[in-house]
Design a protein around this ligand. Structure first.
Ligand SMILES: [Zn+2]
Length: 300
């Protein structure tokens, strides 16, 4: 059986996961949300459930056994993600405070009917998802293009991990949350989107979690539109040319449009010969950790 990644289990369960995991998770999350769109607990509940499902599957059916993360390290990552989740909430609040007045004024001048509020929630969700990913594509590409942006965003911290798993979706430098949340804040506050914002955000987080997960999944059909873990792991490659591809963390379609798509399979991930400690990752905007193989300008 050739599943494209070093699958360690030939079981029929692994085969079902290979074809069904990503579409099943996306359908389950969207379906759950649409059944109770006004339930505020569902947002956090869905994120936790996705992480739990992927965490268990990574343990039972890892695509790369060498990426299996042991208990203590996993607990540390969970605590870090929880702290960073709170950081992201504060950054979102700050953006709302600072950007609301000018962007609401802009919305007034554009007219109130620019966003298609009359569309079904599902249609609005996909429109926002792909618009958000279009903006993020260029922000992310800028991080890899210009060294100053790479440094100030601390994007090197996200790339420094030499083992990937679903939790890596949120393991970014605290400063990078200003970059990660900017596209959504600009869209929400400019267009006054409302109800579709939460479900689009849920879709983005679910997709980003799947894109980092260490379970072998299929890229054939779903990979025309959505980022798969094969494509995103290629972006995390230790090889500079491979890391300068697949900038869409949730939607791969913009890489296909703008010519940065790659279906290569990364051999090794990270940013250099050794993974920095959490402290060194935190210090990255101030000083780069030793030599980075993938920072802008690292090529021959
Ligand atoms: Zn990147």
């Amino acid at each position: 059986m050739s599943l494209g990644q070093s699958v360690t289990s030939n079981s029929s369960v692994a085969r079902v996961l290979y074809f069904g995991l990503q579409p099943a998770l996306l359908l389950a999350v969207i379906g759950l949300w649409l059944s109770q769109p006004t339930n505020p607990a569902l947002y956090v509940g869905c994120i936790l459930a996705v992480q739990l499902v992927l965490g268990v599957l990574e343990h039972l059916y890892p695509a790369r056994t060498e990426w299996r993360i042991k208990g203590k390290q996993k607990s540390g990552s969970v605590v870090l993600v929880l702290i960073l989740f709170m950081v992201s909430g504060s950054v979102g609040d700050l953006y709302t405070q600072v950007l609301s007045p000018p962007l609401e004024a802009l919305r007034e001048s554009l007219g109130t009917n620019v966003w298609p509020h009359h569309w079904p929630l599902l249609g609005q969700m996909f429109a926002l998802f792909f618009l958000n990913e279009l903006l993020w594509y260029w922000v992310h590409r800028a991080e890899h293009q210009w060294y100053a942006v790479w440094r100030v965003s601390g994007h090197g911290a996200h790339h420094a991990f030499q083992k990937l798993g679903a939790l890596n979706f949120g393991l970014n430098h605290p400063l990078e949350y200003f970059f990660l949340l900017l596209p959504g804040a600009l869209l929400e506050l400019t267009f006054g989107i409302g109800a579709a914002t939460r479900v689009a955000s849920l879709l983005l987080i679910t997709q980003a979690s799947i894109a980092h997960c260490n379970v072998a999944t299929n890229s054939r059909l779903i990979g025309w539109i959505f980022t798969t873990n094969q494509y995103h792991i290629c972006h995390h490659s230790l090889d500079l040319a491979e890391s300068n591809t697949n900038f869409g963390c949730a939607a791969i379609v913009w890489d296909r449009v703008f010519g940065t798509f790659s279906d290569n399979r990364a051999v090794a991930v990270g940013s250099g010969p050794k993974e920095p400690s959490t402290w060194h990752k935190l210090m990255m905007p101030i000083r780069e950790y030793e030599v980075s193989d993938i920072a802008p300008g690292s090529g021959p």
